[in-house]
Write a protein that binds this ligand. Structure first.
Ligand code: NA7
Length: 291
């Protein structure tokens, strides 16, 4: 018999996850703060939990996926919260993106109740949630992951066990930092080009056919992990190009805050470098090997 899954949080991510669990034949109990959002899944066969506590009490595996740390604290420790309903021997998995700190506090509270906890934030967006192709970044014990695997495999396609509780959230935050800065970089570059009279489409078209596009993760990352900075594109030249870009921005009256901050770190590494490294040596800014 399949374990009963409890699901708290039926937003953009939670609802399609619930739907996939129902399709796969898992008994499902759901709860959402705004009750109307649970109606679809209930009409498709889920049971409605009276509150987070009852939802947790009904579950062999409880999953939560709510907005942020305050939302999670509310569903766990607020009135009729889930924590007091969790049964000894059950598994609780939180897929919200929260702080590693809070994940560790949840793990400790679960430990006191004899409940196994995994922090398991996801990537893949609502598209990945609908297709059951999320990627999970997990903190916790391997043995618990194996027990939860039949449920997880309905929801996702890759499961990275990254360390103790909190490690899943650490990697998720680091990953989103890359995405946020990349998109900010793109936004600033578009602002620069358009302010100087070149349509953004042109920049995107050139970028899409440039070798540099795939370069960061595929080419630079492995070298950066090994502190290898033989110049492919020297930092001194990238530094000069950033200076020129910032000069152009100033002429056009555009502010590029992320570029200005990055220019600061490129300048520091350039000044400290005795060799002529690749621009990826900006990573030295954060390592003791600077200079
Ligand atoms: P959504 O679509 O904004 O959904 C957020 C969910 O969190 C939704 O079910 C909310 O209930 C619930 N929520 C928000 N605040 C609370 C409080 N205070 N108490 C109880 N429930 C709450 O987000 P996504 O599904 O896209 O993302 C979920 C997480 O995955 C998030 O951490 C992302 O960063 C990654 P509502 O329906 O508003 O009553």
């Amino acid at each position: 018999m399949k374990p009963t899954v409890g699901l708290i949080g039926l937003g953009l991510m939670g609802k399609p996850m619930g739907r996939n669990l129902l399709k796969a034949g898992f008994p499902l109990v759901v709860w959402n703060r705004t009750a109307a959002r649970a109606e679809d899944l209930v009409s498709e066969g889920a049971k409605l939990g009276a509150n987070p506590r009852e939802t947790a009490a009904a579950a062999d595996v409880l999953i939560s996926i709510v907005s942020d740390p305050p939302a999670l604290e509310e569903v766990l420790w607020g009135a009729r919260g889930a924590m007091e309903g969790l049964r000894r021997g059950s598994i609780y998995m939180d897929s919200s993106t929260i702080s590693p700190d809070l994940a560790q506090r949840v793990a400790a509270a679960c430990g006191e109740r004899g409940v196994e906890f995994l922090d398991a934030p996801v990537t893949g967006g609502d598209w990945g949630a609908k297709k059951g192709e999320l990627v999970f970044m997990i903190g916790g014990r391997a043995e618990v992951l194996e027990r939860a695997r039949p449920v997880l495999e309905v929801l996702g396609k890759k499961f990275f066990l990254l360390g103790a509780n909190g490690a899943g959230q650490t990697v998720k935050l680091a990953m989103n930092l890359i995405l946020a800065l990349e998109v900010e970089a793109l936004a600033e570059a578009l602002a620069l080009a358009t302010s100087a009279g070149v349509p953004g489409e042109k920049l995107v078209e050139v970028m899409q056919s440039s070798m540099a596009r795939a370069g960061v993760l595929d080419v630079k990352a492995p070298l950066m992990l090994q502190n290898e900075y033989a110049a492919s594109f020297p930092l001194r030249l990238m530094h000069k190009d950033m200076r020129l870009a910032l000069e152009l921005a100033r002429q056009q009256g555009v502010t590029l805050p992320a570029a200005a901050a990055a220019y600061g770190t490129y300048s520091a590494v350039k000044d400290a470098s005795k060799d002529d490294p690749d621009y990826s040596a900006v990573a030295r800014f954060w390592s003791k090997s600077a200079g």
